[in-house]
Write a protein that binds this ligand. Sequence first.
Ligand code: GLC
Ligand code: CA
Length: 565
Amino acid sequence: MEIQAKEDMDMQKKWWHDKIVYQIYPKSFFDSNGDGIGDIQGIIQKLDYIKSLGADILWICPMYPSPMADQGYDISDYYNIDPTFGTLDDMDRLISESKKRGMYVIMDLVVNHCSDEHEWFRKACQEPGGKYGKYFYIEDIKDGKLPCNWRGIFGGSVWSELPGHPGKVYLHTFHKKQPDLNWENPKVRQEVYKIINFWLDHGLSGFRVDAIVNIKKKLPFKDYAPDRPDGLCDLTVMKKEVEGIGEFLGEMSDLIFKKRDIFVLGEVSNEREGSLPDYIGENGYFSTMFDFAPNVFGKSEKGWFDYMPVTPDNYRDCCFTSQERAKNIGFFANFIDNHDEPRGINRYLPDHDLSLESKKMLATVYFFLKGIPIIYQGQEIGMENRGVVPLEKIDDFSAIDQYYVSIDAGFSPEEALEIISKYNRDNVRTPMQWNAEPYAGFSSRAPWLEVNPNYPEINVSSELNTPGSVLSYYKKMILLRKNLDYANTFTYGEFIPFHPDIHNLMAYYRSGDKDILIIANYQKDARTIMLSREPKQILLNNYDKFSLSNLELNLLGYQALVLEL
Ligand code: GLC
Ligand code: CA
């Protein structure tokens, strides 16, 4: 195949285009003061580690004051730091220490909802008809009927009784301790802009914008056809129908984001057909947004028990479709792990095939796609799911909810535990495994969530100077993406699939100043693949072996190569 077309090389350059994001889940990263919970000083102490890895942008999950009903995604004060994590001064120091090292910090902007313990909501409860009542969606129960039958993302109705006001209810897309803010009210939007500017003035380089597709509601509220025995209907049905979210996003982007040269990563899924340019095009609302395609593949509205496994071909097809969609439009942010999903290696690799090689292979195929790569803490050392744990040890309430959804669907308690163990958000929230000492060196005492018992084998310290480790491989990948000879091609070069029809093969070209082939044998059996051009150089290999004769490339099980052509 002849490779041409380097059209994206002349797109307008932005400072974040060639950057690598490292996501920190602060509660589980590093505990500096021995209370069992990670904190800002802990992050500061590990900045050199992140720097040595080669990441540029730190995305830190919420650390604002919060009752922690949803691990900090329920904010009770947007202008401060929760004492569990430290102080505003600590945060300022974290930002300046990062800058010293040439790194940028972004935080979550969580403004679809706040906490029910936020002052606004307290005042709304005192006076539902007053100024702050209008910050939320508060409705009357009419003839014993709720305003509509939408099911919240964590299960149950989106409506709960307004404290102190039987007969009135408020809307919450997520947990009942996360009342939704009413974006139709211009005062709410002003509050949001004030929050953004406050943090930018503190030196943040941007935001990861949480749950933002939920800010627009179809009004007036109405029922949709129920999709489970609970009589409720999944929220996505409403979201498909509602129009006008672009007005809110456009305003926020024009008034705030575009005025400062920041990096904004949108949590957007199921955007309207054809609207991708509005989100991530040259003049889009956000710098980039997550590519959720592999992530949502096989999920079911019925619940976790009905999720389908993702095969290698599924995974490849999802990534390739997204790459094609974003072509000539903008950048997706590519990831295999985050704080809401099981470990990518557990989801996108067959269970019995987990090995150093397969972990490195999966890393390779996502990391060199066009877009912004994100690494979630622990991914770089090959951390794995926590697996099955007894119900009483589960922290993630969405997993607990899904346990009962599975039971209602007829599964036995053992089966239900097994089902939820696959998607339980605790899987990825277990403490970072720093070394083989007690509590994995994360803390000097028992952490808030149990450490994965595999920490004596999988940890930073044992992998740090070990050539064959997953960690060493991640460092090599990052170095390669940043190597000045290739960086331009990895950043702006075109994505061109290579034999997307071959079963269990994931391969693509990146074509710019250089022509590069990323090729992975996504299966345990060895095989031979015919190349169309002689490689000039092996840039990366997850094995020591390489065998090519007359364009016949022999690939071992889960072998991945990055070849310069
Ligand atoms: C996002 C976050 C998730 C949180 C939810 C509600 O999806 O990633 O952790 O529970 O929003 O804020
Ligand atoms: Ca601590």
